[in-house]
Design a protein around this ligand. Structure first.
Ligand code: NAD
Length: 257
């Protein structure tokens, strides 16, 4: 085990209020493409792609539904649940909409960009969780209609009990993020932030690690290709989230009496 892992494991073992801050990369090992990596969502649904190959939209969306349906929690999600069970991790702040932290069993997950499997009423604002299978079956059915109608696609989920139309409870470009006060509070009161799989390019959430650092929290970042928060990380581990977190938890267990 390298010195880097030992140092990170010691920081985790000494933490009383750790927070996980995660992005698309943590779900890459679950088979869900990231946003900006090559072949990711940005490429598939780029404006040039949509203009040049409109016939591919339906196919790309159907493939995305299949991918989401097949996605299972991976060792990184499980490691965050293990840290919660050990009494170390208090909150997960995620930019992901894929529900995998909840599926792993973490109990305090702040989904700043919403959750794809939750509907939100456009009239009364009520939110309701669907099962992943229910939600994806409804989206798939709309995608298979003869004419692909974006409005019908957005309204794929059942009407609210008030009778209002609903939409997936996800944050689109230009919309306000969700749970920001709670995410801010968790960031300024943690003693350790573990950053997994984010390019740190989406604001305002990319500021949260800086708020944590300002209050003297330690920062661990795991990423296979970049050290997005290089100016504030105490330990950077160049690895996939699942591999890195598994080794860290193993190292901690080895080190504990
Ligand atoms: P991003 O695509 O901008 O960056 C992904 C980051 O993950 C990169 O830094 C990349 O190096 C890293 N990465 C790739 N594979 C990894 C792995 N196996 N382990 C650890 N890190 C890995 O993602 P972002 O910063 O989260 O911002 C994109 C936005 O797109 C977010 O707001 C998110 O809501 C959304 N998004 C969500 C999902 C999802 O819910 N799973 C998927 C794609 C995009």
């Amino acid at each position: 085990m390298s010195e880097t892992y030992e140092k990170a494991a010691a920081l985790i073992a000494g933490s009383k209020r750790a927070v996980g801050f995660t992005g698309a990369g943590i779900s890459a090992e679950s088979g869900i493409p990231t946003f900006r990596d090559p072949g990711g969502v940005w490429d598939k649904f780029s404006v040039s792609n949509l203009i040049m190959r409109p016939h591919k939209i339906r196919q790309n969306l159907l493939e995305a539904v299949d991918t989401l349906e097949a996605a299972e929690v991976n060792p990184a999600h499980i490691a965050l649940k293990d840290l919660e069970d050990m009494g170390i991790l208090k909150v997960v702040i995620t930019q992901n909409i894929d529900d995998l932290h909840n599926m792993a069993g973490n109990t305090n997950v702040i989904e700043v960009h919403g959750n794809l499997y939750r509907s939100r009423c456009k009239s009364c604002g009520r939110k309701e969780k669907l099962t992943r299978d229910q939600a994806l079956a409804r989206i798939r059915a709309r995608l298979k209609e003869r004419f692909l109608n974006p409005i019908r696609l957005i309204r794929a989920y059942p009407r609210c009990r008030c009778g209002g139309k609903t939409r997936p409870d996800v944050v689109n470009f230009g919309e306000a993020v969700q749970g920001l006060p709670e995410a801010y509070q968790a960031s300024v009161s943690c003693d350790l932030m573990i950053i997994l799989g984010t390019s740190g390019k989406v604001y305002p959430c990319a500021k949260l690690p800086y708020e944590a650092k300002k209050r003297n929290a330690k920062i661990i970042e795991i990423n296979p290709t970049e050290n997005a928060f290089s100016d504030i990380t105490d330990v950077f581990i160049r690895a996939k989230a699942g591999e890195g977190m598994t080794m860290l938890v193993e190292e901690m267990r080895r080190g504990s009496p």
